[in-house]
Design a binder for this molecule. Structure first.
Ligand code: ADP
Ligand code: MG
Length: 297
């Protein structure tokens, strides 16, 4: 088997927020790597630190320990301008609610071009406009949508604009932060399919962040489960669903509704109680329990 290329390697990452007595570790010693071409799922409840990891990779929050290595180069902490410029193009993030980040008074043409303007990644106006029209088509919109305003679009179409905005930079690595959480079910399905298709066509790698483990089942190659700033379990998706070991992972799997209402009503309840789980190590360590399957113990 061909050795897989690690595109992103995170080791012992720590991110702290607040100062003085309010200081706390939002990310507490997280390690994982992502292979090129992979969809890596990061799941956990709200507040567990998922977005913070995305922002640390994007360099919009400071890290206080550990390393983030992208294509062999350390990218957290001080870096030179050349690398900074390269990263601004190669790593992009798509947020849950594109409206929150889209300027309501700007036309789609400007919104989609913003990253291009920032790094001047076009020859002239004509070239830029061509890029915008092409990317709108690629995400299932129309070239003339460039002249519209954000409020003229539905939720699904707005998320397509969010994706276009990221892809126009021709990135290699995309952080998708709850990209479908604000959408209804059928729109969610369309956006997931679009993302799968774009990944294949453009040789992308995804870090897919969600609080919804069921979404990752048919999407992610591997999944890391986060709880309060730590990864408690990491495995290939099938293994995680078949053989969850950490009680928090089990609670997430039990919480997924079973389609059959009778079975759903009769299924066992399982709530995670952090106090009921005694770790073997002090401090707890991620231990490989079977090939590629890590559990915090
Ligand atoms: P998630 O994306 O999993 O919901 P976040 O990464 O947004 O989690 O947040 C992790 C923790 O850090 C939460 O307790 C959150 O309240 C806190 N937090 C996030 N951003 C900030 C910030 N800018 N300043 C202080 N605390 C923050
Ligand atoms: Mg978040």
């Amino acid at each position: 088997m061909q050795k897989q290329e690690v595109i992103l390697d995170i080791k012992d990452l720590t991110v702290e927020y607040g100062r003085g007595r309010k200081k706390f570790k939002a990310i507490d010693g997280v390690s994982f790597s992502i292979y090129r071409g992979e969809i890596f799922g990061l799941v956990g409840e709200s507040g567990s630190g998922k977005t913070t990891i995305g922002k640390a990779i994007l360099r919009i929050v400071k890290t206080s320990g550990g390393s983030i290595v992208f294509k062999g180069k350390k990218i957290n902490g001080k870096i030179d301008r050349k690398l900074d410029r390269e990263l601004k193009r190669k790593i992009q993030m798509v947020f849950q609610d594109p409206m929150a980040s889209l300027n309501e008074r700007a036309k789609i043409d400007y919104i989609v071009s913003e990253g291009l303007y920032n790094i001047r990644n076009f020859i002239d106006e004509n070239h830029r406009r061509k890029k915008v029209e092409k990317i709108l088509l690629d995400v299932g919109l129309l070239p003339e949508h460039a002249n519209y305003f954000p409020h003229e679009f539905s939720g699904g179409m707005r998320q397509r604009i969010g994706i276009a905005r990221a892809l126009i930079m021709e990135p290699e690595f995309l952080i998708l932060d709850e990209p479908t959480s604000a959408l209804d079910l059928s729109t969610r399905f369309q956006i997931i399919n679009l993302l799968k298709e774009l990944k294949e066509k453009r040789n992308l790698t995804y870090l897919f962040i969600t609080h919804d483990l069921s979404l990752l089942r048919s999407l992610a190659h591997r999944v890391a489960v986060m709880y309060k700033g730590k990864i408690v379990e990491l495995a290939h998706t099938e293994k995680l669903f078949k053989n969850p070991i950490h009680p928090y992972t089990k609670s997430l799997i039990f919480a997924i509704p079973i389609p059959d209402p009778m079975e759903e009503r009769n299924k066992l309840q399982y709530m995670y109680d952090p106090l009921s789980y005694a770790y073997e190590n002090k401090p707890p360590k991620l231990i490989e329990v079977e090939e590629g399957h890590f559990v915090l113990k």
